[in-house]
Design a protein around this ligand. Structure first.
Ligand SMILES: NC(=O)c1ccc[n+]([C@@H]2O[C@H](COP(=O)([O-])OP(=O)(O)OC[C@H]3O[C@@H](n4cnc5c(N)ncnc54)[C@H](O)[C@@H]3O)[C@@H](O)[C@H]2O)c1
Length: 387
């Protein structure tokens, strides 16, 4: 008998996570306090399963079975039989505490409890539990049914045996699991910050416009989307808030300083695709701006952003947030980077990366360009990040 999985919150993430678990053969209870949201989630999952059946991903009978294995409920008590409950409700610590305090009264003592939080610490959420040894972060990416990466985050109180069990379980759901430390932004939302931040900085210095920076990163760097196209896609409100949260959580380390340009776009309501206007204009009939396809400028932009990304990936390893392989997997599977940043550093040579950072640091004298000590060590030892 497969485990029974509970998911709390039937919004964007919860509905997707419930579908992933059901497709892996589990009985799933998806709960939400809002019955209309539950109905929407049910319709969305049904539609998605029907599409997968049409595409031949599984048979009509299997599709039917998956839907029959899903139960929708407004009652937290319906999670009483679960062996794992993943919470995906609003990002608010007080409300999450209320839910987990009630949930702990309902589930059996060995049930693993988890949060899909993006920005709150696992320690702070778990603090409301009587037994936090069975509590951890299980961070899916949006859309959960498509994105392969899942970050598993044990908190200071979490027992290793529970972490190992969840690592195996989520891997059996055909996901790529990386285990990381309970630090702000976990892996992806920390290491990816310079992709946005340095692109904005380059624009603010007047070195290039949005279209040219996007062109440099896609054409020269091989990234699927340029930073400004991606920020418009994510939404400037969401992306700015993540940056601001990470900046504050790192005690205002200047490496993560948010940008006035993005803030002003957010304040003006230029949120991106969802408002038809962000860094670009998406209204019908509008003409996209043309990049300046200057290869020298393009190379300069791409290399500047890339070395800052690499420096951040190196820092995550240096500070023991995750292993080098986990950091590379996270960036390729969580945000579709064309290569793992550490494998990229190995390919270019740690010395080359260090030289670029040192020349930026000497030009600007700002901490955001400070090369990581581990990068210096790799140069000294002439060793690679990925063995
Ligand atoms: N949206 C993303 O891209 C994304 C990605 C990764 C992680 N996350 C995290 O996942 C969580 C959920 O995000 P989302 O975007 O799915 O939110 P959402 O707003 O789409 O959905 C939240 C759902 O929780 C329900 N809810 C609120 N309070 C509740 C309660 N007390 N009990 C039961 N249900 C309740 C709401 O009715 C709503 O349906 C957040 O912690 C967020 O940080 C979001």
């Amino acid at each position: 008998m497969k485990e029974i999985i509970g998911v709390i919150g039937a919004g964007t993430m919860g509905a997707g996570i419930a579908q992933v678990a059901a497709q892996s053969g589990h009985r799933v209870v998806l709960s939400d306090t809002n019955p209309e949201q539950l109905l929407r989630a049910e319709q969305q999952i049904k539609k998605s399963i029907e599409k997968l059946v049409e595409k031949g991903k599984f048979s009509a009978d299997s599709g039917q079975e998956i839907l029959e294995n899903l139960q929708f409920s407004t009652q937290l008590s319906d999670h009483s039989q679960a062996s794992l409950v993943i919470e995906a409700i609003v990002e608010n610590l007080a409300i999450k505490h209320q839910v987990f305090t009630q949930l702990e009264q309902v589930v059996n003592p060995s049930c693993v409890l988890a949060s899909n939080t993006s920005s709150l610490s696992i320690a702070s959420i778990g603090a409301c539990l009587q037994d936090a040894s069975r509590f951890m972060g299980i961070h899916f990416f949006n859309p959960a049914t498509i994105m392969p990466l899942v970050e598993v985050i044990p908190g200071v109180a979490t027992s290793l045996s529970y972490t190992q069990h969840i690592e195996q379980l989520i891997t059996s759901w055909s996901k790529t699991v990386v285990v990381c430390k309970d630090t702000p932004g976990f892996i992806v939302n920390r290491v990816a910050r310079p992709f946005y931040g340095e692109a904005l900085r380059i624009y603010e210095e007047g070195l290039a416009d949005f279209a040219t920076i996007d062109w440099a990163m896609t054409e020269m760097g091989g990234f699927k989307m340029g930073p400004f196209t991606l920020m418009d896609y994510i939404g400037n409100d969401i992306n700015y808030t993540v940056t601001e949260t990470v900046f504050a959580a790192f005690y205002y380390d200047p490496r993560f300083k948010p940008s006035f340009t993005q803030k002003r776009h957010m304040e003006a309501g230029f949120l991106g695709r969802k408002t038809n206007r962000g860094f670009y204009d998406y209204k019908e009939g509008s003409t996209p701006p043309s990049p300046t396809k200057d290869p020298v400028l393009g190379k300069q932009i791409f290399e500047r952003i890339l070395v800052l990304l690499i420096n951040e990936a190196v820092d995550a390893v240096f500070m023991q947030v995750a292993s080098p392989n986990a950091v590379d997997l996270a960036m390729t599977k969580g945000v579709n980077y064309p290569k793992g940043l550490l494998a990229w550093a190995d390919e270019l040579g740690a010395e080359w990366v260090l030289d670029k950072l040192e020349s930026l640091f000497s030009e600007y004298g700002e901490d955001r360009y400070r090369p990581n000590p581990l990068l210096r060590r790799k140069v000294r030892e002439q060793s690679k990040f990925i063995l």
